[in-house]
Design a protein around this ligand. Sequence first.
Ligand SMILES: Cc1cc2nc3c(=O)[nH]c(=O)nc-3n(C[C@H](O)[C@H](O)[C@H](O)COP(=O)(O)O)c2cc1C
Length: 415
Amino acid sequence: MTSKNKFMSSSSSILFSPFRLGPVTLRNRTIRAAAFEGMCPGNLPSDNLFNYHREVAAGGIGMTTIAYAAVEKSGLSFPHQLWLNNDAVPGLRRITDAVHCEGAACSIQIGHCGNMSKAALAGRMPLAPSAGINLYVPTFTHRMNNTDIQSVVKSFGSAVNLARKAGFDAVEVHAGHGYLISQFISPYTNRRKDSFGGSLENRARFMLMVMEEVKKAAGDDIAVLVKTNMRDGFRSGTCIDECLEIAKMLENAGADALVLSGGFVSKAPMYVMHGKMPIRVFAHYIDEKLMSFFVRLVGNWLVKEVPFTEGYFLEDALKFRKAVKLPLVYVGGLISRDKIDEVLGNGFEMVALARALIKDPDFIKKLHDNELSRSECDICNYCIAVMYSRQAACIMNDQTIPQKVKDMMPKNGSI
Ligand SMILES: Cc1cc2nc3c(=O)[nH]c(=O)nc-3n(C[C@H](O)[C@H](O)[C@H](O)COP(=O)(O)O)c2cc1C
């Protein structure tokens, strides 16, 4: 076998069988989920980002996803986050070339964080469907007018064209987790009275305008995935019935696949990942003293723990499997071969993993070679606590982490 196809099926397992996703063929059913790497100082791709995704590709993944690229400056939520503009293209091309050399496909998540930005980063008051305050950042927000809406929609289309220039096989539109598209969909953040607010049809209008622009730019050579919520994860957020309707709209809008997730960063952040949030570590790494103190004081109240179980989204995801026909990517709590096979056996075409691959970029290769059947990740969520201020890293892999920080971690992870 060539290096390109050695992670394809050597038995009857569907996990290692190829899959045609729109115009792209993946060598197996695995995707490295978009998980913010924090490896873009100055908003540009770094050598660390290059090394990480090359390693994941060499580790057997079907497709790796570069996380959370802002489609314009106002969509940035971190200073060390990727901004998909012309300056980023050469560095990204270097990554896609290396990933392709390892036989994997390469995708980039494109999004706009809306009310999760800061004036200092966005260069203006953060954009949002409605004016108000986002306590999570904290910031005041600017209600987008029709010109703002058209301009952000266009930026999504331009981002797809830049993604093509940089050699990507796919883009993943971030329409979940309480970022801008999801802020329009959610009644919690959208209190508009015009044609973008009120009914579900109106709240979904911005998303569908983005989809039209993205599909136009993607043409027939770039796959379009959409990460969408199955629930926002709190009482006044979008419920599952509305999310099922959203999924049908995305299918009709021509998405090649949906990545099914949930949660809303400014209100129910741990619903995305489940498990405990190590608040003391999170606070420790925040440079601004006042903010760090504030997080230590109210962090446990702001960021509620959600118990972790393997495959925690499966029950909800099955309802989506029944409702739509397009390919579905299951993500959420996959750390063992058994659970991955159970998910694929339930009709999901692909699986995406984040934490298991932060722990070990070779995890897929090890599953393939029967070297491991379960990740060593114990969902301690250190990677989440640190990504806000530095590179997302695994506590087990980084020997330089001071004992003082290790002592701040809750014992035995989340499982
Ligand atoms: C460190 C970290 C960063 C993440 N960043 C993103 C992100 O940028 N975009 C996104 O859609 N999801 C993000 N996620 C969520 C993951 O993509 C995934 O949905 C979630 O972690 C569940 O998958 P897992 O159980 O395999 O980790 C992040 C998760 C982690 C752990």
